[in-house]
Design a protein around this ligand. Sequence first.
Ligand code: 6PG
Length: 490
Amino acid sequence: MTQQETTDDTRAVANIGVVGMAVMGSNLARNLASREGNTVAIFNRSYEKTQTVLDEHPEAEFAPAHGYEEFAASLTKPRTAIIMVQAGRGTDAVIDELTRVFEPGDIIVDGGNALFTDTIRREKAVRETGINFVGAGISGGEEGALKGPSIMPGGSAEAWETLGPILKSIAAVAEGEPCVTHVGTDGAGHFVKMIHNGIEYVDMQLIGEAYDLIRRGTGKTPAEIADIFAEWNRGELESYLIEITAEVLRQSDSASGRPLVDVILDAAGAKGTGAWTVQTALDLGIPVSGIAEAVFARSLSSKPAQRAGASDLPGPSEQVSVDDQDAFVEDVRRALYASKIIAYSQGFDAIVAGAEQYGWDIKKGDIAKIWRGGCIIRAQFLNRITDAYAEDPGLVALILAPYFREAIEGAQDAWRRVIVHAVEAGIPTPAFSSSLAYYDGLRADRLPAALIQGQRDYFGAHTYKRIDKPGTFHTLWSGDRTEIEATDAH
Ligand code: 6PG
């Protein structure tokens, strides 16, 4: 930056800036501009987009910039800018430009869906310049960005001091509280946003399976099933995703008059955050089986050649029917609720493990709180999660909290019946089934893991421990099969 630009304070009119004027960026900038006292510097690589935003929203207090120098000069200090560009290489390029024109003490926020390890790397590099770097997960899609998202910022406590009030002013509000909290240092915010997305994947998959079960089990039309979801949305399943499911199912295609859901190609896309969650959980050794099944189910749906080839493979030889449709629908509702509890329990396990691995002090109850509004997985039942961690901060698994324990107890017979029906009818329910398998695995008195340890010891002398005495043991499988105490674990 030139001397002229750094000292020309008359141009510093904006208290916050946004880089990237695609839909998410422009909506966030409009949200910021709509709050009392904010003037928002806006910048886009091509000025055309900035001009469109200005033309379409003359009411907003924007300070448009043609270049990074002008953008920096238009910001009051400490300069604060939120990057809203597609995650990846573009983000690095913008960070490079901003660090060039910003000064120590200024704050760069990445509001995209960045991989948290990239955020850790970027934070470290930017910190060397004296500038603060904050990776902030922002959830809620286009509407959330405009009207109030759920925001998950990481970064330093120093940056949070300046950023906190600004983010609180634009976040969604749930039960009087803004849906934003300082999640933890460096990549903590993007880590938690990633887990949010993983839960989003399994939530959507579970809802999809519930719809499929009801449709194929009862023959109800999408519009009739829309009514069921609308009804469910008035009970313990109340959530944004259930609400929009009813809307999607009720929609008919204007061209053909058919239910829209029947004309949409059944191949689900994915931008990768679900896969990141699973890859990360694998590294952390945390079973997020529901999320994994949800990611794989999308992959399976998007394999047209294999699906076409397999479409004439035989299904069950006997037809199974649902005798009592209302009872079946209620069973599905309960199964959905139980599976959803498992999904969140697994997601929070991953948060706990991530926090431990990366040294973040993440308050689980606060995360549940900021997910109550604005974000895609917002749901009434997140209050129960906050309560559970408030009652017992050391809770080793969410499903062990009294409320969830009872909820699963009340649902589990239905859960099992639904999965039995799915298996007999040949309806794929990977998320429902894996959730139940996880539940049964966790509560099992003895697991076949003992046999696996025996096998590992047999072929690789990997040793095992015993239930009745301390130490590490190995059986001489190829010798006389006596057991010896092994000193070194292999
Ligand atoms: C949100 C969403 C948002 C988006 C993701 C997931 O919290 O607002 O999670 O980030 O929908 O891109 O999309 P995919 O389903 O394409 O992975």
